[in-house]
Write a protein that binds this ligand. Structure first.
Ligand code: ZN
Ligand code: ZN
Length: 312
């Protein structure tokens, strides 16, 4: 099983797939306020439609609020990466964002790391002992910087696959999931800058071409292509619809796919490595994919996939 922790309240994985043949209450419609971001309005509506997800919705709303506040202060990075180097990295299957490229402000980063740990713990998604260790890490002078730098080098593979050695052995067990969330506002700026400079059609890997992390979600485009969405920097890249991004299995007979009754979401599960990836089916959808909303809305699908013996 993959070592990456899930940032969702543990009780949620026990939910069954939504039963839709029961009498349904009249739909309530949440009226979005004018300044409210669309994803916030969608999450509030989701809480009304599926009250069993309210704990996960509340956690996501708190994370969004914090990330938006920090992100508004993060400048677009000045990236001196030249076109030849980008091409060479992509051709070698290596992502392109180096740790030094990330516009990290350590004061802001400590703040977001602490607040992320607090939010996760408040929603039972982080072990209290790990919460304390992470807080201690943010207080210890310069202890944090080498841990984050080493973790990024180890998990990005920018310097090649040999650099993927994982987090330090004495690090808190759930440090990964907290770092992933805390780094996103900074890292996503790099992908914003680099996207227009890169030809992603040459990238045929299951990992993110920017930061090397795994996809957390996918979107099926109106032309039936699949784009994977990075679980760390939220960048997208094209990938064949019926190939497993985790083990590259492309035998269609060994990919199991199932959808929600409304057809909005789909799961692609691999019968070779037993992992699965959820997708938002944008072919007939009323809105674009929104990772923060769709990851919560599909928690019942996670339960369904796990019941069938797959792992996320
Ligand atoms: Zn990424
Ligand atoms: Zn696989």
């Amino acid at each position: 099983m993959h070592g990456r922790g899930s940032a969702w309240p543990q009780a949620l994985t026990g939910y069954n797939q939504r039963v839709t043949d029961q009498p349904q209450p009249e739909p309530q419609v949440q009226r979005p306020s004018r300044l409210e971001p669309r994803e916030v309005a969608e999450l509030k509506q989701l809480r009304i439609d599926q009250p069993e997800l309210s704990s996960a919705v509340d956690m996501q709303l708190a994370l969004i609020d914090m990330q938006r506040r920090v992100q508004s202060r993060v400048p677009l990075p000045w990236m001196q990466t030249d076109a030849d180097w980008l091409r060479t990295q992509l051709a070698a299957g290596r992502p392109v964002v180096r740790f030094v490229d990330i516009p990290l402000d350590w004061t802001d980063f400590r703040l977001i790391l602490r607040q992320t740990a607090d939010i996760l713990q408040r929603h039972d998604a982080l072990d209290p002992a790990d919460h304390d260790k992470i807080l201690a890490l943010t207080r210890e002078g310069h202890a944090l910087e080498p841990v984050v730098a080493q973790w990024y080098a180890a998990t990005s593979g920018v310097d090649g696959p040999d650099s993927r050695v994982g987090t330090p052995a004495d690090a808190p067990r759930d440090l990964d999931q907290v770092l992933v969330l805390a780094l996103r506002p900074f890292l996503s700026r790099c992908a914003e800058v680099l996207t227009s400079r890169m030809d992603l059609s040459q990238w045929n890997r299951g990992r993110c071409p920017f930061c090397g992390w795994e996809p957390d979600l996918a979107v099926i485009t109106p032309s039936a292509e699949r784009r994977l969405i990075c679980g760390r920097c939220a960048a997208q890249w094209p990938y064949p619809p019926l190939t497993c991004p985790f083990c590259a299995n492309d035998d269609r007979a060994r990919i199991t796919s199932f959808a929600t009754r409304d057809g909005r979401y789909r799961v692609y599960a691999c019968d070779v490595c037993r992992r699965y990836l959820k997708a938002y089916d944008g072919r007939h959808a009323p809105r674009p994919v929104m990772m923060s909303v769709d990851l919560v809305a599909t928690l019942p699908l996670d339960a369904a996939a796990m019941q069938r013996g797959y792992v996320g």
